[in-house]
Design a protein around this ligand. Sequence first.
Ligand SMILES: NC(=O)c1ccc[n+]([C@@H]2O[C@H](COP(=O)([O-])OP(=O)(O)OC[C@H]3O[C@@H](n4cnc5c(N)ncnc54)[C@H](O)[C@@H]3O)[C@@H](O)[C@H]2O)c1
Ligand SMILES: *[C@@H]1O[C@H](CO)[C@@H](O)[C@H](O)[C@H]1NC(C)=O
Ligand SMILES: *[C@@H]1O[C@H](CO)[C@@H](O)[C@H](O)[C@H]1NC(C)=O
Length: 311
Amino acid sequence: MVTAMKIIYSSFVILYHWLEAIVLFFTPKRLRYKDVSNDIVLITGGGSGLGRLLAVKFARRNAKIVVWDIIESNLNETKRMIEENGGTCAAYVCDVSKRDEVYKTAERVRKEIGDVTILVNNAGIVNGKKFLDLEDEKMIKTLNVNTFAHFWTCKAFLPAMRQKRRGHIVTIASVLGLSSAVSVSDYVASKFAAVGFHGSLSLETYFDGFPELNFTLVCPYMMNTGMFGGVKTDILPALDPEVAAENVMSAILTNQEFLIIPRLLYVTYVMHTLMPLKCFKIIFELFNGPKAMDTYVGKKEKKNLNDKKIE
Ligand SMILES: NC(=O)c1ccc[n+]([C@@H]2O[C@H](COP(=O)([O-])OP(=O)(O)OC[C@H]3O[C@@H](n4cnc5c(N)ncnc54)[C@H](O)[C@@H]3O)[C@@H](O)[C@H]2O)c1
Ligand SMILES: *[C@@H]1O[C@H](CO)[C@@H](O)[C@H](O)[C@H]1NC(C)=O
Ligand SMILES: *[C@@H]1O[C@H](CO)[C@@H](O)[C@H](O)[C@H]1NC(C)=O
């Protein structure tokens, strides 16, 4: 029951956490980095882009790395980069859009490497077409990779985390998981879903009595990884993936719960929520939003590979 005492007490605790957040904001994050040298870090989509950069950065901090991807040659390259620097990396070809494959590969990882303690759900795909031009199967694929895969990996690895009371789940979503755009309806749906899933799972885990398990939600703006190759917006230049990866690491290593990169977009996130849609449309148009995807080409070689998987 809500009593006056409870409300007063809770108000003080809330105030305390606000003040704590403000103080922490002004203290150097490096001082609070956690040690990951006893962690097994699994990164999906670790064969390129952000996933590979994170794998290399975790390896430098002496974590054991496990990478999953659909492109074997890219996995081999990530593994080579890590081992060249004295790190440990196990690579598994696993299509995360296939539930059975996720469960089977997870079992292999458990047996061959051990219990994953940091799970980074990073694999993602985009079609970049107007809704009516999207093939049904490709929309389903987007949801399978960007959303459902998170269900299956969490099903596979969360139980051991709960049992050991040690673990960290990282969701790489997108600013398109918080705010919409044009020609990405399936992608936006998949990222909003991933954001919602992450939030619910983190609350549930906490109130089930596992406050030791950490959750980090990352929503990056466009990065120069090729995934959104050709896209032109006038709001901000695409992020350097190296800078983005460094920011993501910093958030993970300090158990930060939510990260939007670049920080400036916290403002647009709040504005979008507070402002009438008519106003948002004007701003969206001002920055070339409606036409941004018209020049989209993406990554040719990867797109073909995903096409093959569907047929
Ligand atoms: N690049 C951007 O502009 C941008 C912006 C915001 C969020 N993101 C998100 O960041 C994450 C990483 O993206 P990136 O920019 O590094 O792109 P990327 O294409 O370089 O990397 C994604 C990786 O996932 C892999 N992958 C694709 N389908 C898979 C499947 N079915 N199973 C296993 N692996 C699969 C790809 O082979 C690739 O190696 C994605 O979730 C993406 O949605 C990207
Ligand atoms: C990746 O590495 C494995 C093990 O060394 C090797 O068997 C395989 O042929 C390599 N694959 C590609 C595509 O390079
Ligand atoms: C994160 O994990 C640490 C233990 O490593 C724990 O003390 C802390 O409460 C967790 N933080 C959150 C926000 O759940």
